[in-house]
Structures are given as C-alpha cells and as structure tokens.
Design a protein around this ligand. Structure first.
Ligand SMILES: [Zn+2]
Length: 449
C-alpha cells in the first residue's frame, strides 16, 4: 500500500474521532484525506454490493429506507447518514467504515449522491446500482433547470452500472434508453390520476430525447405519468416493480400495494409519497432481498417515520406538511392534500429562511406553485407568515384569491398567536425544513396515531 493512501486513511480516522469527541459530525476528515490523496476513493476496497441514490426529492428518505430493509435482513450497511452527500462526505463515511488497509468492512455501501456531485464521485468508483428517483425544478439558483441536472447526472453514468429508474418521469427514464438490464419502477393507472396536465408549468411537454411534443395517457401529478413521444417513439417503459393500488380506510389508515401482492402500511397513500417507498423496495429487491421481507421491513419503518407532524395550538388542531422551499412540485403536492380534505380547514404558508444551507433571497419559485388550486377549495383562512410574507401576499393576490380570507404576519410567532386565539378550523401548515421549528416550537405535538 502506498504511504500516501495509508496517511490519508490515518488522518481521516484521527480527525473523525476528534470531531466525534467534540460532538461534531462533518465532512472535514474527508477533505483532509482528499488533500493528501486526491484519488483515495479509487484506492478503497469496496464490497461487491453498492447502491447510490440520487434525484431532486427524497434521496435521504430513500437511502434510510433501503438501509433499514438491508439491516433488517441481516446485512451490515455503510451509508452517509450524516447526510453529507458531496465527495468529502462520501470519503469521510467510507474511510470511517474501513480498515487501516482501506477495506470497507460493511456488506453493502449505500450512497446518497448529490445530483451535481455524482459525476465527481463516480470517477473513482462505480456503484453496482444507481437509483434515480425524480428530476424536478429544485433550488434553481443553485441547480439550474432539471434538463441541465439531467446532463450533469449523465456524466456520472457508466456502462458497468445497473440503473434503477422511475419509469414515470420522462427525464429520468430517458437515461435507460438503449441500456439493457435497466430496472424500472413506477405506478400503474390509479383512480387519482388525471387526463390533462395540472400545474403552472409543464416539464413533460417535450420529449427529452428529440424535443418533439409528448402525449400523456394519464398524469399521476405534474409531469409524472404515462407519456409517449409523438415523434421518436420514446415512451414510458414497462415496470419491474409497480405501485398497483392505494387504500385508505374510513378511520384514516392508509396502505399501498406493490406488484398486486405486497401491502405496506403508510401514513399517506398520496402517490407522491409512495415513489420513495417504491424506489427503496425496488433497490432492495435488486440487491437480493426477498420482496415479501422488503415489504414487511418497509411497513414497520414507515410507521415510525414520515414527514408529517400533528399538533394542537390552543383549541386548533393541525398538521404540518413538510415541503421544500425552491421546489414547486413538493408544494403542489401538499396543496393537493389540503384541497382534498373536506373538513373546514385553514392553511398557513411559512417562508422565512429560504435555505438553511446557503443564502438566497430568490422567491421566483413561488410563481411556479399552483396556489390557484386553493381558489376553488373551500378554505376558511389563509395565513402567510415569515420574512417573505409580502412576496406570498403578492402571489396570492395575482392568483385571484379572496383577500378577505388572507392574514399576513411577518413573525411566525404572531401568526401562531392569531391561530391560537382566532381560528375555528383545522389548520394545515406548509413549510420547509429550514422553517418548520419556528412553528413547531409554538405548538403541542401529538403522536401520529
Ligand atoms: Zn421523442
């Protein structure tokens, strides 16, 4: 072994230990290792089974679910649970799991890979399976348009990888064109599907291969559905694993069925939430886990997690639907949940810090969200809160929503106070990770039943 490699591993491990002692997890150890040995990733001995996951939404959830299934089935898994998905973070967690000789000890390496950094990471090693879940408009000041991200991910794909692709997302599915052995997952035609496109913009309008107009037999949501190019023949691929139905009982218990036989209890049967489960199921099955056992593990896990918090605020009962700022698809899906609820309900939108990781004051993404849907829904009050409450107010004004229903508060605490004292309806709160604690610190959380 080269002294350079040994030194990089040693330095990485020592700094990692020190950082842990100080209670800090970071990608600093990997940064130093890369300074000493820039190609350290290609010097590590990885296990035969490695899985990488990328996409605009749901990477962390999908990776956590796959890890849970694999561990539940007796495999040891190394993965970037600290969430650092750029090259320094990947080096940190892989060396953290390796011997001094650079051999990764776990049975499986599982990688949450940043859409833009996969091409740098995979220069040095190729995962056996590469899961690509979705490509949405997301953090556009940082990422640009999804088609640009598609071209960047394309640079991370090599012939020796097996792709696991969302068949219902045309941009994602186009990676499989001409590649034998690609594995596809997707949803069958469901009662909640629509025949015509809904939303402010349509990223499925043109074929990602030849740019001709596309036709859809049905849409699950936004540009996700059964598509076909009118010119080159590119069309939704048959699936290896499919979401075949969703169920919701009168008492609110929901479940989804995969491949007509594997039933998985979930909090929400909304299809948007199901793609991560389906991706995790498909990757686990590809990794050799018995599908029935994968479904069983997923059911147990999903019951414990979820990105929904129920709460009470004074007399008001409510539910937080975690969405993503700078990501209109996630907002559209949360708005769908509100619109479908038949109770007397209100909704609060909080945009205070657009990102917790970097500074941006760009609010153009608010114009991509289909707030117009709230117009026809019977909404009691609409509460707009946070530093960007006026941007929201302008957007709602242009959406033509009755201004008599709208309350605007710059401080989330004032918005909470209003709801505590003056609201007489179920309250949905739609916001992002970066702002959720600002409302959760004002409420009493309730365990999800
Ligand atoms: Zn085409």
């Amino acid at each position: 072994m080269k002294i350079r490699v040994f030194t990089a591993i040693l330095v990485c491990k020592v700094i990692r230990c020190l950082a842990k002692l100080m209670g800090r997890g970071s990608s600093l150890p990997g940064k130093y290792a890369l300074k000493i040995c820039p190609d350290i990733l290609s010097c590590l001995k990885l296990p035969e089974l490695s899985i990488a996951v990328t996409g605009s939404n749901g990477k962390t959830s999908t990776v956590e679910m796959i890890a849970h299934v694999l561990k539940n089935n007796g495999l040891s898994v190394a993965y970037n649970k600290e969430g650092s998905n750029q090259i320094e973070g990947v080096v940190t967690f892989l060396i953290g799991d390796s011997t001094m000789g650079g051999k990764v000890k776990s049975d499986v390496v599982l990688l949450e890979a940043d859409e833009r950094y996969s091409r740098h990471i995979f220069k040095y090693f190729h995962p056996k399976y590469f899961v690509i879940n979705n490509l949405y408009r997301d953090q556009m000041t940082r990422n640009g348009h999804p088609e640009f991200i598609k071209s960047i991910i394309g640079q991370a794909i090599y012939d020796d990888m097996t792709l696991i692709l969302n068949a219902d997302d045309p941009l994602v599915a186009s990676f499989g064109k001409g590649r034998e052995g690609t594995i596809y997952f997707g949803a069958d035609n469901l009662p909640t599907d629509v025949k015509t496109h809904e939303g402010i913009y349509d990223d499925g309008k043109y074929c990602p291969i030849c740019k001709s107009p596309m036709e859809y037999e049905y849409y699950h949501y936004n540009h996700i559905g059964k598509f076909r190019c009118t010119s080159c023949g590119f069309a939704r691929h048959d699936t290896d694993h499919a979401l075949t139905s969703t169920q919701e009982t009168a008492d609110g218990k929901a479940s989804v069925t995969i491949d007509n036989k594997y039933n998985i209890p979930v909090f929400f049967s909304g299809i948007y939430h199901c793609y991560n489960i389906l991706a995790a199921f498909t990757a686990s099955a590809a990794a050799g886990i018995d599908p029935a056992k994968a479904a069983e593990a997923l059911g147990g896990y999903i019951l414990k997690s979820g990105r929904i918090s129920d709460f009470t605020l004074g007399k008001t009962e409510g539910r937080l639907l975690l969405s993503k700022h700078e990501n209109s698809v996630s907002y559209d899906r949360s708005i769908d949940v509100v619109v479908k609820d038949k109770r007397k309900k209100s909704v609060m939108f909080i945009v205070d810090a657009i990102s917790r990781k970097y500074y941006t004051s760009d609010s153009s993404w608010l114009w991509d969200i289909d707030f117009e849907k709230l117009k026809s829904a019977d909404i009691d009050r609409i509460i707009l809160a946070g530093q960007y409450c006026d941007d929201l107010a302008v957007r709602f004004d242009l959406a033509g929503i009755d201004s008599g229903k709208i309350k605007v508060f710059e401080l989330v605490t004032d918005a909470a106070e209003y709801c505590r004292n003056d609201l007489d309806s179920f309250l949905y709160v739609i916001t992002c990770f970066s702002d959720k604690e600002k409302i959760l610190s004002e409420v009493t959380r309730r365990e999800l039943a």
